[in-house]
Structures are given as structure tokens and as C-alpha cells.
Design a protein around this ligand. Structure first.
Ligand SMILES: C[S@@+](CC[C@H](N)C(=O)[O-])C[C@H]1O[C@@H](n2cnc3c(N)ncnc32)[C@H](O)[C@@H]1O
Length: 218
């Protein structure tokens, strides 16, 4: 068996150089996030965003919900490949980063397609459930303590055969390190064990970025 590769920055750049060209506003967000120090790690990786674009296009997904938007890299990347009648609803609680993200969406002429709701995500999700809203794909990437709550409501909001993607499920590899026993690592471990047993979905974990679980509602 071939040992899995460690994707360092050099290899990430090689993959990027041989897969796609970034949109100018994707470059702007990456450049801006580079100035943010520690918070930069909130953003999904470049190859992860490219995979999301590929996934959206090949599955013809149109209605997308993002839980956790930060400065907009993942939402903008997804927005760039949506068809004319597609849109993205973003949920976040951070006013500053949401305003920054909105400026990037406008700069890419995507401000009509991508909207941010500034409110605790669970509140918006429960309202969508009450309003019987449906989505083709939901991307969960906000506070880890609420992952299970977000996932449960998301299952109600996703169409049959729709997808739920969940970020950071490998948590820098720490989920598999018995020496790590902090709160968030354990929350993610519990979430992963819960998903493994959930027969309402088909699922797989991809070692992409910080680990992404892909679930398809049966
Ligand atoms: C990891 S970042 C999202 C990164 C983004 N998807 C990207 O690729 O750039 C997590 C985001 O979740 C937001 N967040 C944290 N707790 C939240 C909550 N209770 N409701 C809504 N958003 C929340 C934070 O403000 C932050 O912007």
C-alpha cells in the first residue's frame, strides 16, 4: 500500500499550478487572509475550494448553504461556478469578516448570488426548517461544538440525494492521536463516530485540507 502523501505548501502549490487558475478575487482574498496571522487558518485550502467547485459542477448543484463564512474564500469559490439560477446563503456571526466577505463578493459581481445572514447559525437553520427551505448542498464550517446540531437540522434542509460537507473532521490529524484529549478534538471525535453509525446517509472522509466528510442523504 502506498503511504498517503503529506500535502505541504510546496505540493499544494504544485497541485494548484497543475489543476486550475485562480480568479482574481480569490487571489485578493488569499492575499488579504495572509495579513491576518493566526486567523488565516480558518480559511479552507486552495485545493479544497477547487474540489468543491468540481463537485458542484459535476453534480449540477444550485442551492447552497454555508455555515461559517469568515472572509468569504469558500463561498466565493463556490459562487464562481454556480449556474445562473444558483445561489448561496451564508451564515455567520462575525460582523467584521462578513462585511469584508461581502466586499469581495461585490468585487466579483457575485453580490446578487451570495448573501450573508448575520446571526447565530442555529437560529437561521431553525427558521429555514420552519419555512421548509431546501438546499442541494450544505457546507458546515463554523463552531465545532455545534457540528452535531448543525448536521441534524441540515439533514432536514437537504433534498433527497443532496450533500452535506463538513470541514475539519481530521483536526490537524489530532483525532487519531491518543495523546490529544482537549475539548474540540473530543467533540470532533464524537461527531465522526456519530456519522459513522448514521444510516440516513452515505458518507466518506476525504483527507483534503483539514479533512472533509461528504454525506449524501439517502
Ligand atoms: C473556519 S471559519 C469559516 C471559514 C470559511 N468557510 C472559509 O473557508 O474562509 C468559521 C466561521 O464560523 C463563524 N461562526 C462561529 N460560531 C458561529 C455561530 N454560532 N454561528 C454562525 N457563525 C459562527 C465564525 O465567525 C467564522 O467566520
Amino acid at each position: 500500500m502506498i503511504k498517503s502523501l503529506e500535502i505541504n505548501e510546496r505540493l499544494e502549490k504544485y497541485i494548484s499550478d497543475h489543476s486550475y487558475d485562480l480568479h482574481p478575487v480569490q487571489r485578493d482574498i488569499l492575499k488579504y487572509n495572509d495579513t491576518l496571522g493566526h486567523s488565516k487558518k480558518m480559511q479552507i485550502s486552495i485545493s479544497q475550494a477547487y474540489f468543491f467547485q468540481f463537485f458542484i459542477k459535476t453534480n449540477n448543484l444550485k442551492k447552497i448553504l454555508e455555515i461559517g463564512t469568515f472572509t468569504g474564500y469558500s463561498a466565493l469559490s463556490m459562487g464562481l461556478v454556480l449556474p445562473k439560477d444558483g445561489d448561496i446563503t451564508c451564515l455567520d456571526i462575525n460582523k467584521k469578516t462578513s462585511e469584508e466577505a461581502s466586499l469581495f463578493f461585490k468585487k466579483a459581481n457575485l453580490d446578487k448570488k451570495i448573501k450573508i445572514i448575520l446571526s447565530p447559525a442555529i437560529k437561521s437553520l431553525n427558521k429555514f426548517k420552519k419555512d421548509k427551505k431546501k438546499f442541494d448542498m450544505i457546507f458546515i464550517d463554523a463552531d465545532k461544538e455545534n457540528y452535531k446540531n448543525y448536521y441534524e437540522v441540515s439533514l432536514d434542509l437537504i433534498k433527497k440525494n443532496g450533500f452535506i460537507l463538513v470541514d475539519n473532521v481530521l483536526w490537524k490529524g489530532e483525532v487519531a492521536d491518543p495523546k490529544k484529549n482537549d475539548k474540540i478534538t473530543n467533540v470532533i471525535r464524537e461527531f465522526n463516530s456519530f456519522i459513522k453509525k448514521d444510516d440516513r446517509i452515505e458518507k466518506t472522509i476525504l483527507p483534503l485540507g483539514d479533512g472533509v466528510t461528504i454525506c449524501r442523504k439517502i
